[in-house]
Write a protein that binds this ligand. Sequence first.
Ligand code: NAG
Ligand code: NAG
Ligand code: NAG
Length: 296
Amino acid sequence: MRVWAVPRTLRVALLLLLLTSSNVRAPPPTEAGEEDVGSSGRGRHRRRAFPGPHFHPTSPTNITTQLGAHAYLPCRIKNLGNKSVSWIRNRDSHILTVDRYTFIADERFTAWHEAPTQTWTLQVRYVQERDAGSYECQVSTEPKMSHFVQLSVITPSVTIAGESDLYVKSGSTVNIKCVISNALEEPTYIFWYHGDRRVVSANSDRILSVNRIPPDTSIGKLTIPSVSLADSGNYTCAPASLEMASVMLHVLSGEHPAAMQRGTTSTATTTASSAPRGFADDTTVAALMTFLLWLA
Ligand SMILES: *[C@@H]1O[C@H](CO)[C@@H](O)[C@H](O)[C@H]1NC(C)=O
Ligand SMILES: *[C@@H]1O[C@H](CO)[C@@H](O)[C@H](O)[C@H]1NC(C)=O
Ligand SMILES: *[C@@H]1O[C@H](CO)[C@@H](O)[C@H](O)[C@H]1NC(C)=O
């Protein structure tokens, strides 16, 4: 845990420094003057007041992140000098970070400095809905300077297209579509489960695909080319970091329930020989053959 990695005394010292920085620090360098460009007398004329820390006008004030993703809240400060930068959560005034130390027992919060861009960034990993709100980037000047960043958290919705119960005939092709809408980014993966077993395409005839429909929708599709009674049950779509959605698949054995039931319970040879008698059309036979191949 990052917060405990910092010795307690150092943490206390830092906190005290932050809270009393105006008293312990040297007077603001406004009068000190800097930027001695030349070394001769001419340099004296070029000498001008050090402007002190200030926020860069382009530092963003609104950040939008998707639930479960990482949020990056930048705070661009010019001429920071040796001042401290703290990130404070407005909701409860909790000090999250002081410079690069984390002061909250939540490892999701970290801050770091990027010298070339003069940016102190607060990172919030695996953003949750309750992280939405205002965050304050505070510089330990006297008086203190604050820059506020509003974090918005977008929650994508995950649904299975159609009814919550799906009725299909044995042997037909089934497509189950998982619709993820209001999503800033495509989920890094979508897992499918049949009951509590993960559905995989390797060594099976299952086809898994994902399509992105701009601007904010992703559709994960599970295809079962020739469905059998054993495929009945609860199918769950579980996109990375998001909620799950389920559908109940009911496979109907069609006009020949007895024959089909025998097909699923008896051995392959018996079923193969009885199939032509039990089923009238070639499609069904083909479907059954596919199923038998799948069983094998
Ligand atoms: C930030 O969001 C607020 C409210 O959501 C809005 O009023 C404001 O205009 C936004 N500012 C920018 C710079 O987008
Ligand atoms: C910060 O910088 C000022 C002038 O640049 C210096 O006088 C002061 O000692 C420094 N403070 C710390 C804590 O390093
Ligand atoms: C289906 O499975 C999901 C995930 O395990 C579960 O949350 C849901 O309640 C199940 N649905 C039914 C109807 O059993």
